[in-house]
Design a protein around this ligand. Structure first.
Ligand code: PRT
Ligand code: MG
Length: 221
């Protein structure tokens, strides 16, 4: 008797916007996820293709699963990839999904330009310490970085920091909290990341999926 084999390909996705926006790309490759991660507590989801399964991981863990080959490929934001550094990952395609921007924001009324001009040492709260470090170092601005894991928008409101580095999409979260964007660091979208060994060893199975993703994502550009 044969037991069901482990699918040949494992794709790492995070729940929420990345999962939702990756579904049409998978569809273009003929792959349908047969379970809904919002309704199920399962972390390994099957697809209509017996060769392909999807694992659900935290957005910032996607590069790690792919780097170590626990997933062959995955989808991660440029914000997450910039923090991770990209070791062991091949990044062939900008999928043009989950778009937003990385910005510096401060409380309304805080004179950021003046503080920078005066060479003040700024306290900056962020989840993106590596990106923030590089940004302020390139500008020659001295900062004390305070690492947070969520709700960066709160930090300036309660005196934890002078500024934040965070993602902005519609801007409504900043507005609701009386914050303004003062600097634009980079445009963000999600990338396909592929394990470098898998790209060589599983090329035959991966290549058509990558090509379908590439074609479908051009439509989002
Ligand atoms: O939520 P969790 O802590 O598990 O992880 P995560 O926040 O990293 O995951 P998720 O699913 O929220 O985001 C996954 C990816 O989506 C990010 O890595 C980004 O590449 C991308 N993305 C696109 C965004 C946004 N747009 C976005 N608007 N990620 C987060 N936001 C947040 C932002 O941090 C801010 O708090 O939405 C808020 C601002 O939105 P607006 O519309 O009010 O400006
Ligand atoms: Mg989130």
């Amino acid at each position: 008797m044969s037991s069901p084999a482990t699918p040949q390909l494992t794709l790492a996705l995070s729940k929420g916007r990345i999962f939702e926006e990756t579904l049409p790309l998978l569809e273009a490759a003929g792959i349908r996820v047969t379970e809904d991660p919002e309704k199920s507590r399962k972390l390994i989801l099957s697809t209509n293709d017996p060769d392909v399964r999807v694992i659900i991981v935290r957005a910032s863990d996607v590069p790690t699963y792919v780097q170590y080959g626990a997933a062959d490929f995955g989808v991660a934001g440029k914000d997450v990839l910039h923090e991770h550094g990209g070791a062991g990952l091949y990044q062939p395609i900008d999928l043009n999904i989950a778009k937003c921007r990385m910005s510096v924001a401060v409380s309304v009324g805080f004179d950021y330009e003046n503080a920078v001009r005066q060479g003040a040492r700024l306290r900056v709260a962020t989840k993106y310490t590596e990106t923030a470090r590089q940004h302020f170092a390139a500008k020659g601005v001295h900062v004390d970085l305070i690492k947070l894991y969520g709700s960066m928008e709160l930090a300036p409101l309660v005196g934890l920091s002078d500024a934040i580095v965070d993602l902005v999409s519609t801007g409504s979260t900043l507005r609701a909290n009386n914050l303004v964007e003062v600097e634009h660091i980079m445009e963000i979208s999600s990338r396909l990341v592929v394990n470098q060994a898998a790209l060589k060893l599983k090329r035959e199975r991966l290549q058509p999926i990558l090509e379908a993703f590439d074609r479908a994502s051009k439509a989002n550009a």
